[in-house]
Design a protein around this ligand. Sequence first.
Ligand SMILES: Nc1ncnc2c1ncn2[C@@H]1O[C@H](COP(=O)(O)OP(=O)(O)OP(=O)(O)O)[C@@H](O)[C@H]1O
Ligand SMILES: [Mg+2]
Length: 507
Amino acid sequence: MEGRNLEKQPVIEMLGITKRFVDVTANDRVDLSLYPKEICALLGENGAGKTTLMNILFGYYLLDEGEILIHGEKVTFGSPKDAITHGIAMIHQHFTLVPIQTVLENVMIGVEGKFFLDKKSARKRLIEIEERFGLALGPDLLVWTLSIGEQQKLEILKALYREAEILIMDEPTAVLAPTEIEELFKTLRTLVDNGRSVIFISHKLHEVLEISNRIVVLRSGKNVAERKTSETNIPELANLMVGRELLERLKRKEIETGAAVLEVKGLRVRNSRGLIAVDGLDLTLRSGEVVGIAGVSGNGQTELSEALFGQIRPEEGILILGGEEFPGVKPSEVIRRGMARIPEDRIGTGLFMDLSVKENMVLENHVQEPFSRRGLTNMKEIRSFASGCIENFQVKTDGMEAPVKSLSGGNLQKVILARELAGNPKIVVACQPTRGLDVGAMEYIHQVMLKQKERGAGVLLISDDLDEIFLLSDRILVMYEGKILGEMNAEEANREQIGLWMSGVTS
Ligand SMILES: Nc1ncnc2c1ncn2[C@@H]1O[C@H](COP(=O)(O)OP(=O)(O)OP(=O)(O)O)[C@@H](O)[C@H]1O
Ligand SMILES: [Mg+2]
């Protein structure tokens, strides 16, 4: 017996968990314990099996082998309902809220048993929980008016309302702005102070070091290591995850910039609620440079990219692509003019989840040469293109015929990148290109972006990850409330100034 087990009984023990999908063993005899008042981080490359393991714990998948003990008692979960009854809650990355209902109504949905209360008592209980955990959120606010960070708070409130003892959080920070991440961490600390335990998944190693007590690393579906957080560091964790040292810090090469490939003048765009999201924005992107757009998400970045992608019609302003004014609002037109698009919402706009990896890789150009000649689809070309993409981008999949919905989050992103960058685009507009990617994949994508610039493309990088912006950009623009508030060259850029602009301070 390990000494630790004698000190404290784990809340959860997952023992020898195996889960097979058709051709992959996503979890191969995995062990995972969670102790009371602990934040345990689960680390691993894209496709390592983290989400699968959590879906098993949450009763969403049936396990093939192994057992789960809760407070030492063996349990069998047939559905998430069973897991919830045992005090387990899972906060998914894609929230499961009803937008047209209020915070209180959402908390009450699906509640049975002793917390099935009338609205008045439910409100009282909700407010008590909000106060106890420092999670203030007006009970009568409509969910569609909430920011992403607030929606996540609501998911946590829902869990606490059901008396969850264990919270599983699968990449909760991937969608949050830096200040929201700090708030989430405060909440997590309050949760453990109040006797809860948390399983926390993130690809950002510094976050894992900041918030967890213990770290479990999976690789290819197996346990590879376990560390106390206080006894490890970023290089060791990266090595444990990807099985190699990370490369040296990337070297950004200055190269001669060429003509403007993209110009934006006086752009005004309304968001889906009819409010001005981009407010008279100007920018120029030249060939051979990476221009980074920094900013807290929600300051018009998404709408800017959608207008650039031809998805929404700007209210005012001019877009010039490759020296030619661009009148249309069709994605196929922007693609034809040499733009590659890496959308922020990979599931909503980037991929068709029911189609295969191969089909997704030729989604936008399957009717063009060489994939189609005189109206005939050339399957051989498509297959060889797809297998090249899978190899170059190290997409982890059962093969090109597998539906993309069977891919892990990071691998979905690789499919989009492979497809978009294959045609040597002149302009690359990348929105949060490495969100959800593991450190190895992220490093790879960063190299790919720099290569795009070195071969003469102009890269517009929209990211709320400041590290990424600093690492790749030759020029940094800061977007705030729909406008560019400031601009700096890479050499003179300093984080403090950028941070001030990001919060709207100009001096
Ligand atoms: N429903 C499914 N059908 C078939 N294969 C699946 C399914 N879900 C997951 N897989 C496969 O199981 C493996 C583990 O996937 P999982 O989503 O657990 O990885 P992950 O560690 O969460 O990765 P990421 O960091 O990218 O989110 C992958 O190879 C994935 O393609
Ligand atoms: Mg996952």
